[in-house]
Design a protein around this ligand. Structure first.
Ligand code: PLP
Length: 262
């Protein structure tokens, strides 16, 4: 993400007015600075790779800001707009989906999903006869990594290695970062550093929370109930945090919480 520009002082530009490109303001456009600063207040450092240009509209391969500047989008909107921004076929398909109010079907079958998968399999190379839909490239890469390991394990129990380029980018999730991220980014993250509680039987499950320091934040101390210990001994000063999302149906009161540790 080397593009990050922290200094938002406008730089004088030469006017450009060609068939596709138009530059009519200094850059960043002085009118955009307040908005960009405000955006930066609400986003973490991980989003710092954005050049200080405020996109307002886009059509096909052209993007515009609200101040009269226009560029050729050589990033394809980070590849998601390879078919062009506001492609009429894509817009119409999104419109049809919204009109049908078929916005969500996570755990159920739909004809439209079958149609898309069938088309994908039809254009895929010979032997690839199944497809699965994800909402991001990162998720697709996670799935690919998991399939690689599964495939290796079917051949031999120690066939677990995955070859990847140093400091390449495969997405923002853990496995994707492990596959390419620069050294350090996921250091210490192994199966051994994830502790798994045994959930007590549903009727007797009790979540215990403790307060640390004088703040209002409460942290998970453990899950108790029945014969199960109230505080898990592994939740000590070496534990960074806790993510509690009981499997659906395993406890009476389903709660999802993430607690911050030390
Ligand atoms: C090479 C590569 N892999 C994976 C990803 C992650 O895709 P997504 O942002 O859709 O999760 C990107 C995104 O820029 C990418 O360029």
């Amino acid at each position: 993400m080397a593009l990050h520009v922290s200094d938002l002082t406008p730089v004088t530009t030469q006017p450009v007015n060609t068939r596709f490109r138009r530059i009519v303001t200094p850059l960043p456009a002085p009118q955009s600075i307040a908005e960009i600063e405000r955006l930066r207040r609400f986003e973490p450092q991980s989003m710092a790779g954005m050049p200080p240009i405020l996109w307002d509209g886009a059509a096909n391969f052209l993007v515009r800001d609200p101040y009269g500047n226009q560029w050729i989008d050589l990033s394809s909107g980070i590849v998601v707009a390879n078919v062009g921004h506001a492609n009429p076929d894509v817009m119409a398909a999104i419109g049809r989906q919204l009109d049908a109010k078929r916005i969500f079907s996570y755990a159920f079958s739909t004809q439209i999903r079958r149609e898309l998968l069938e088309r994908l399999v039809k254009v895929a190379p010979e032997g690839l006869d199944k497809a699965i839909l994800f909402s991001s490239g990162t998720e697709a890469n996670e799935c690919a990594l998991s399939l690689m390991r599964k495939h290796g394990l079917q051949i031999a129990p120690d066939k677990l290695g995955i070859l990847s380029f140093e400091s390449s980018y495969h997405g923002r999730t853990l496995a994707a970062k492990l596959a390419g991220g620069p050294p350090g980014i996921v250091d210490g993250f192994q199966r051994e550093s994830l502790f798994h509680w045994q959930l007590p039987p549903a009727r007797r499950a009790r979540f215990a929370w403790i307060r640390r320091g004088s703040g209002r934040a409460r942290h998970p101390a453990g899950i108790g109930g029945g014969d199960h210990p109230r505080v898990d001994p592994r939740l000590d000063d070496h534990t960074a945090s806790g993510a509690l999302h009981p499997p659906v149906g395993r406890v009476g009161r389903s709660k999802q919480r993430a607690g911050g540790g030390r």
